[in-house]
Ligand binder design. Structure first.
Ligand code: B1M
Length: 221
């Protein structure tokens, strides 16, 4: 039954039915399904199919927008549940995160932010299309020790480098660790631009941030 519901949630993402996605996500939670299972076994695979169909020329921009809408709303529904599972964990560290300037892809970044927050980090999410000076200002304001830079476009990956340079210019580079991520980003790219770490996905970002703070990794929610 739960497998069937997860399949239906996945299909609702692929078919672009955001209301149904949210409704069934609520049903799945009410039925006792783990939020991570809903994410890993329904929402993310659905989004992967949508991306593939877009690459294959079968789907167009409106399909992406509607699928993203469903994903975003379902994620908002899951967020408090993910957080609730780590209510008692003390702040593991302070992180400033955002999608870099010129890039409005927010789902992966929000997922990383949610997972970090669910694992006890104090997260300041600057949103999307974030200029270097806003990262610098937020690090100064919050005393964050980790900066997370998300980029989904090959054209905006380079902005990650500019932000690292801006942190350097502001005299903050020695104080913060920089984690980069996003679909076109790789470990090699992270090394090339002088980032401190690369994470392939949200769970990897949590592991990396946890290691950077010198703590034992928390169990996956
Ligand atoms: Co866009 N888009 N998009 N898009 N879009 C991609 C990225 C693309 C690969 C699609 C394709 O061609 N197959 C392609 C990029 C090609 C390239 O540069 N190599 C692309 C393009 C071209 C564009 C536009 C230029 C299209 C156009 O206008 N002609 C345009 C750009 C707009 C802009 O940013 N300036 C555009 C617009 C959009 C929408 C607005 C329609 C929508 C975004 C809506 C939103 O976010 N609110 C959208 C979407 C939905 C996608 C795809 C289909 C899905 C992205 C997504 O949300 N994935 C995407 C294709 C794909 O990735 N398969 C695509 C789900 C998400 C959970 O995964 O974001 O990869 P992801 O995040 C992962 C990891 O990457 C990692 O962890 C996350 C969780 O596992 N991660 C991090 C991400 N950030 C991290 C940070 C970290 C660590 C890990 O540390 C800090």
């Amino acid at each position: 039954m739960s497998k069937e519901l997860l399949e239906k949630i996945k299909a609702s993402i692929v078919d672009g039915e955001p209301d149904l996605t949210v409704e069934m996500t609520g049903q799945a939670l009410a039925g006792g399904l783990e939020p991570m299972a809903i994410l890993d076994d329904a929402l993310l695979p659905g989004m992967q199919i949508v991306g593939q169909k877009f690459s294959d020329g079968e789907y167009f921009l409106p399909n992406l927008i509607v699928a993203a809408m469903g994903m975003k709303r379902a994620l908002a529904r899951l967020e408090p549940e993910l957080r609730a599972r780590h209510q008692t964990v003390k702040a593991a560290g302070t992180i400033v995160i955002g999608t870099v300037q010129g890039d409005i892809h927010e789902i992966g970044k929000t997922l990383v932010a949610t997972m970090l927050s669910a694992n006890g980090f104090e997260v300041h999410d600057l949103g999307v299309d974030v200029a270097a000076d806003r990262f610098v200002a937020k690090v100064k304001e919050t005393g964050a020790t980790i900066v997370g830079l998300s980029a989904l476009l090959t054209t905006t990956m380079t902005v990650q480098r500019s932000i690292i340079e801006a942190l350097q210019a502001a005299g903050l580079r020695d104080r913060v660790k920089v984690i980069v991520g996003g679909a076109p980003v790789s470990r090699q790219w992270a090394d090339e631009i002088g980032a401190d770490g690369y994470a392939e996905d949200a769970v990897g970002a949590v592991q990396l941030a946890t290691e950077m703070m010198g703590r034992a990794a928390l169990p996956r929610v």
